[in-house]
Design a protein around this ligand. Structure first.
Ligand code: BGC
Length: 504
């Protein structure tokens, strides 16, 4: 990878100008999550999901050592410096710092202080997530899911118990109190909508529940959504009260928000009113359920695509709305197809129900745009979503807190980054208030139910040695960061072409 570092030395000039310049002060970074990188997280619900016989077959492999990120945090902080990033999105593993209810583990708190200090010492601002898909076993013990004896301190039985949002707020307050001098940007939940639907509707995340009928969703999914929104609102207030220090003197004391999973969900036939309505219902459930709740204070309890239940206690508890984008999803109307009378053109979902894209009448993506997680990398989606979110949540600042591609081919990663940023640049130019772009992920890591096969890292990990090495994605991203934009030569090399390069 010699080309780009050489370019970095030369700087832009008349022959190689910056053709997509981002606003001054635009934030650039990379992201990770504790359970996906640290290794040795044996005290949370994901570890149970990976290892308990009751869930056998639902995960490709246990997280094990992950990528040894717990021990290698100094090295990983150095990688961020190498990239030129100014923000790192990371999470604190709740099950480490509060291994049993009401007990703080001082050594673990000290570890996270060291991690945050290592970042600050290198001029990198930490953006801290308090819940990235994992929670301590005592919040919900997967070995006792029935919870027949009722909640105990060892098993609070999950988010429908009102003690759980309160416990989450207590943990969040403690983190804010301890780390307010190092952290100014807090995220309560990572992708609560994705977490809810994967865990309680589609069964691919803990606690592995399938609830596909409307009645089952009312009974078993919506109450969890309410618990998560309660947890967010309580944690928002708790962090604001506990973090009173402006860590870096830039005028921001504590910006608190959450990160939202949203894809480019679009009708198979844009001229069919039914398909258009089906796509809107799916987006309402997937991409809007949480921002509607904690920005607008609304819940679409009956899943008709129109949020009508009013929750003033949740409203306006988002100072910064992170959005996370990965793929385009076509949707077809289908009467009686649970739960929304809509079929998502997702090969994984279709396989489960014995169908495929062709039999349903879904478009086939171009093979070069299909990622290692079988979804379609669609670069315009990132930019197209920004005005949609800006219009629905006026006045709320936005940041791309994840975008990435499952591939072990650095060139494809670089193309995906450059092309997504081109669309984002247009959206910002047209007024979307997006203040930064954080790539998923800094390094390869544990990809939840898929195990270690999908690679998302700017830095590829050698799983024999755990050494990290930059791939072409890192080289190109570093160039973009150095330029605060896309220069002509990068555009020519990575930004053109109708499809991504073929996976080799
Ligand atoms: C999650 C990450 C995950 C990534 C890629 C996001 O939904 O926040 O934890 O690794 O997508 O699948």
């Amino acid at each position: 990878m010699l080309l780009l570092p050489l370019l970095a030395c030369t700087g832009p000039d008349a022959e190689d100008p910056i053709v997509y310049a981002f606003p001054e002060g635009f934030r650039w970074g990379a992201a990770s999550a504790a359970h996906q990188i640290e290794g040795g997280n044996t005290n949370n619900n994901w570890y149970q999901f990976e290892t308990l016989p009751a869930f056998a077959g639902l995960t490709a492999s246990p997280s094990g050592e992950a990528v040894q990120g717990y021990a290698r945090y100094e090295d990983d902080a150095d990688l961020l410096v190498e990239l030129g990033a100014d923000v790192y999105r990371l999470s604190i593993e709740w099950s480490r710092v509060e291994p049993s209810r009401g007990t703080w583990d001082e050594a673990e708190w000290a570890h996270y202080r060291a991690v945050l200090e290592a970042l600050r010492a290198r001029g990198i601002e930490p953006m801290v997530t308090l819940h990235h898909f994992t929670e301590p076993i005592w919040v919900q013990d997967l070995a006792d899911l029935e919870c027949a004896g009722g909640p105990t301190d060892a098993n609070l039985c999950g988010w429908t118990n009102p003690d759980v949002p309160a416990e989450f707020a207590e943990f969040s307050a403690e983190a804010a109190l301890r780390f307010g001098d190092l952290v100014d940007e807090w995220t309560t939940f990572n992708e609560p909508g994705g977490y809810l639907l994967s865990g309680y509707l589609g069964g691919i995340f803990p606690p592995g529940e399938f609830n596909l009928s409307g009645a089952d969703i009312q009974a078993n999914v919506i109450p969890v959504a309410v618990g998560l929104a309660d947890g967010h609102a309580a944690a928002y207030a708790a962090v604001k009260a506990a973090d009173l220090v402006d860590a870096d003197g830039d005028g921001v004391v504590a910006r608190v928000g959450f990160t939202n999973s949203i894809q480019w969900i679009t009708p198979v036939d844009p001229d069919s009113a039914e398909d258009v309505a089906a796509a809107a219902r799916l987006q309402s459930l997937y991409g809007f359920i949480f921002p509607d709740a904690v920005v607008l204070g609304l819940l679409d309890r009956d899943l008709d695509g129109v949020p009508e239940e009013v929750h003033p206690e949740w409203a306006n508890t988002t100072d910064l709305l992170g959005y996370q984008y990965y793929f385009r999803l076509f949707v077809k109307a289908a009467d009686g197809f649970p739960p929304l009378d809509a079929i998502p053109c997702d090969p994984a979902v279709l396989t489960i129900i014995g169908m495929d894209l062709e039999s349903v009448g879904c478009p086939e993506p171009h093979p070069d745009d299909v990622t290692d997680m079988s979804n379609e990398n669609y670069s315009p989606g990132l930019g197209l979503l920004a005005p949609v979110l800006a219009a629905r949540y006026p006045g709320v600042p936005l940041r791309v807190t994840e975008a990435g591609i499952a591939t072990d081919n650095g060139r494809r990663r670089a193309e995906s980054i450059v092309r997504e940023l081109m669309g984002l640049h247009t959206a910002i130019g047209e007024g979307a208030p997006v203040d930064g772009y954080i790539h998923w992920s800094l390094t390869d890591n544990f990809e939840w139910a898929h195990g270690f096969a999908p690679r998302f890292g700017l830095y590829s990990v050698d799983f024999a040695t755990y050494d990290r090495a930059p791939n072409e994605g890192a080289d190109v991203f570093a160039q973009v960061i150095a330029d605060n934009g896309i220069r002509q030569s990068v555009l020519d090399a990575y930004g053109k072409g109708e499809h991504l390069s073929a996976e080799e």
